[in-house]
Design a binder for this molecule. Sequence first.
Ligand code: MG
Length: 307
Amino acid sequence: MTTSSPVGLPGLPARVEVYEVGPRDGLQNEKAVVPVEVKAEFVQRLLAAGLTTVELTSFVPARWVPQLADAEELLALLGDLPGRHPVLVPTEKGLARALEAGVREIAVFASATETFAQKNLNRTVAASLDMFEPVVRRARDEGLAVRGYVSMCFGDPWEGEVPLTQVADVAVRLHEMGCTEVSLGDTIGVGTPGQVKALVELLPSRGLPVGALAVHFHDTYGQALANTLVALQCGVSTVDASAGGLGGCPYAGSATGNLATEDLVWQLHGLGIETGVDLASLVRTSTWMAEQLGRPSPSRTVAALAG
Ligand code: MG
């Protein structure tokens, strides 16, 4: 591989925190259930490749997400890890399990739309936020950091267009209840750059500072990197991605799901933005993981650099 020297663009951060979601968001949305030893090796390899923030798993009832039913076992296998290692926790029961397992950061998963809140959490948007509130409060009281996800920010497969103010209401409420970071999710990957700019610029005027925002794009329509670049230009410096592009979205009828971490890192490094990630090592990890899953990685960068 030959590459040119990095060339920056004005108004971009010097460093971006890559928030790796592969072990949780990725594997949760894969059909195959991966053995816990393979998950542990996956996480170790991601850390060895320089990722410092890795969302590990989900403390939800096993019947909700059988792919992640081994949360306790996984954390026990991993032991103490350097960096940020959030786990998804929807309920107080889940939080109690997470605290017992020594977790220091959690995430809650809210929806901007009523239909997805019903399908994913079996309650209204308001009732799901009411469910999260005591979870977030107790987690903060215990000294934990808390990320709040907002899904379906740029469109919903059942409701179509999602009004910006509706997304902002949920994001602001999560921040007000104590979430230290709010991740704006384009769960079906339909958003385009102008829409991203409009949402990211609206939130600070509603009291949610850009420094507390992260973005979570899906590449269903090939827009994830364009949307990322615009978010960075608006001052966002935490970007979610999934190693090898793991995890389709079960609600979008396309094979492509999460933005691949390798594709993101290729762009960031080309812009001279620091990530701490060793891209070659990450590509080897995703190639190995693709072998475990028995299908090739959908990441363009993995395809270009592997072998
Ligand atoms: Mg995702």
